[in-house]
Design a protein around this ligand. Sequence first.
Ligand code: GAL
Length: 633
Amino acid sequence: MTRALGVCYYPEHWPEEQWPEDARRMAETGIEWVRIGEFAWSRLEPVPGDLRFDWLDRAIAVLADAGLKIVLGTPTATPPRWMLTRHPDMLAHDAQGRPRGFGSRRHYCLSHMGYREECRRIATLLGERYGRDPRIHAWQIDNEYGCHHTTLSFSPAALNRFRGWLRDRYGTIEALNAAWGNVFWSMEYGAFDEIGLPHLTVTEPNPAHVMAFRRFASDETVAFNRVQVDALRPLTDAPLSHNYMGRVLEFDHFAVGADLEIATWDSYPIGFLSDRLEADAAHKQRFLRQGDPDMQAFHHDLYRAVGRGRWWVMEQQPGPVNWAPFNPAPLDGMVRLWTWEAFAHGAEVVSYFRWRQAPFAQEQMHAGLLRPDSAPAPGLAEAETVAQELAAFPGDATTVQAPVALAFDYASAWAWETQPQGADFDYFRLVFEAYRALRRAGLSVDILPVGAAIPEGYRLVLVPGCAALPAGWAERLAESGAVVILGPRTNAKTPEMATPLPLPPGIPGLDVTVTRVESLPPSEARLVEGGGQVLHWAESLEGGAPVRLAGTGGAPVLVGDGALRYLAGWPDATLWGRILSDCGLPSEALPDGLRLRDLGAWRFAFNYAPEPVTWQGRTLPAAGVAWWLRDTE
Ligand code: GAL
């Protein structure tokens, strides 16, 4: 397996005379890959039909002459201004029904067929010119679907295609009315053309309507991406990729990923801790300059699954970013740590965003590997260190199956966003806390899509919060040889967002029924006998399944004595630890901030703590990374 460094570069931002020096310095740093082109449409086609690929030819030549492999991006995340004149109705609309403005990026509506055709055209032109060019080693389609909340569009184009999607799904309006329960509040429709998008209603719209719209929006993302896949595929043998974002759940990444060879993602650890993670002030302060110890690893494992084993970090934070509420600089050593952590999770390439900090426009406060004046920024030396370490690292380490797996399901994220029932019920948060518990116990984790085949060999599979299990999947889980813990809220909805009857969870072979659910405010915790608490969400159970863990009042919390077990609440960290030891897994937590990851015969350790930690006789400094052969432990 290859492991290499890359960088994101924007030749169109810099005078051409500077390119050779930039390319030389990249190579000298030990960088092997460079991504270009993904926002360059206004320079590739300044006016419609006037194609200017000559500068890109020269940029490719300069970079390749320095020995760099090129990832070429299609520029469709940034349609130029003339595109709007050509397609005035191509803008996405926000939930208030207002068109998005021109002047940043991602302003297009995924459902606009005229814009899709423009994307097909530019992807085809690029494919025809560069598809067989041996200097182009991979492609990136578009940039960060869903970023800046751009999956849902309430535009006339989206409405039109939503109605068609509903017709295909339900066939008749009677079937739709029945599936959605539209008899409630006299919401019945007489024809598909009467249906609107689920917004601007007086109080909440029908959850079935919202869920249908969420599924539609996800399908539109897949369809939008597929236009460019279909354009490029016949024109190139190089792998196609897309760069996903952190904690963006608005579309089914597994479905987009199925059309691509490589999944990549954009990792901004300090920005993410600051702007998209629930954590108390002490945790945010402790990890202020390192990022959360599990957030990067979670996405590495998630996107490894999306890429069916092939994945990269396409954008790695190299210094302070510009977009979070607060933007501190990484602790010395963290750029190296983040990079090695990705390799330990199986990344083929880690590519820094960006080469040089731009002195103009929106991201002028975002660090690069170089300062705006081309002097090295602190991240550069750390990248150089990793390049040297990589060269010395044995090449035979590849990803092996982890002892535990965690199931992930985008549709459950939409279901619980549609009907959270409690302000603190969030699907990502629930799954992420389960992941954190596994990692605090020192375990490497595989993430699997809900419904996937379960390879033999797992000791434990966790399936938290899955709103609707695919038919037959519970039976297959039961036969996987692993202990499987389902819940809370398992099978609590039909795919049409109704309550199933008989009542959930309806798990074959497990005599348990959820008779009542409660959401809890932060002030309320339910104590569990022997230690730990249930927070945010608690279920009352009936049935004969043996109780393994119970609340202090006797209410069952974990039940079942076969392969499949049911969890009737949202555990705190202590309770997660007890659940793991109940399954025979290690329960002793690692020192705070230390994380392990196995790669082949190697064990890696990463210290996210701001102070040194010692574990099993090994001391790691703050931001330290260590690796050793497991059989030397
Ligand atoms: C990413 C994006 C890049 C750049 C970067 C800044 O989300 O793909 O183009 O904006 O963030 O951190």
